[in-house]
Design a binder for this molecule. Sequence first.
Ligand code: ATP
Length: 229
Amino acid sequence: MSLLEVENLAVRYGASQALFDVSLTLGEGEVLALLGRNGMGKTTTIKAICRMLPLAGGSVRFAGQEMSRLPSHRAARLGVGLVPEGRRCFPNLTVLENLTAAARPGHWDAARVGALFPRLTERADQMAATLSGGEQQMLAIARALMTNPRLLILDEATEGLAPIVRQEIWAAIGTLKEQTGLSILLVDKSLSELKRLADRAVILQRGASVWSGAFAALDHTTSARYIGV
Ligand code: ATP
């Protein structure tokens, strides 16, 4: 049994349907890349998995439990940790306060996330609003880890960041994979970085999953056709 099983997912925004038929599975300890051109439904799929959107059809099962009708806080409690697009933190709380506000019991605490992102330790007492974009992204990932998730979902975690900061974020995700065996779902534009980290990929086109397989099996013809590279 996979940790996450998404079957025939359909989602509507009012009258317009964004997802028609998305299916994917993610195993324990696996890193899965969710790929597709802009507007194909990646963020909507993630929001549906995190139960932030009602389903018009299909199902989401996590750790053997049917989540399709659960509210988002229940999904979080079951172990789905999201780093949303746009890295939302509490701007008027310090770094440390942001971390402790997210904390749930488990093996991740402020010291351990501080070891993963030393910059956050250095800036523990600084207001989140005054952090650089990269530091805010690190804080957003650290906050998700503080919830002690079984699945970490990262939506465009490196978007809009300087190359050197991107490398820090990718290195941290690599460390998570190697040292903790955390299950990770990634959306990102950098195929070369995903290739290094992801075990498998699922490609979305117009709200449907049209390809899935080992990332290494993703050939040039397929990526040219569905991703545009
Ligand atoms: P991107 O890479 O640009 O973020 P994406 O693959 O994540 O794209 P989604 O953001 O999931 O795609 O969007 C899928 C479709 O749903 C698009 O047609 C988009 O315009 C539409 N959509 C997304 N959010 C909303 C919303 N709040 N209301 C109405 N339509 C929406």
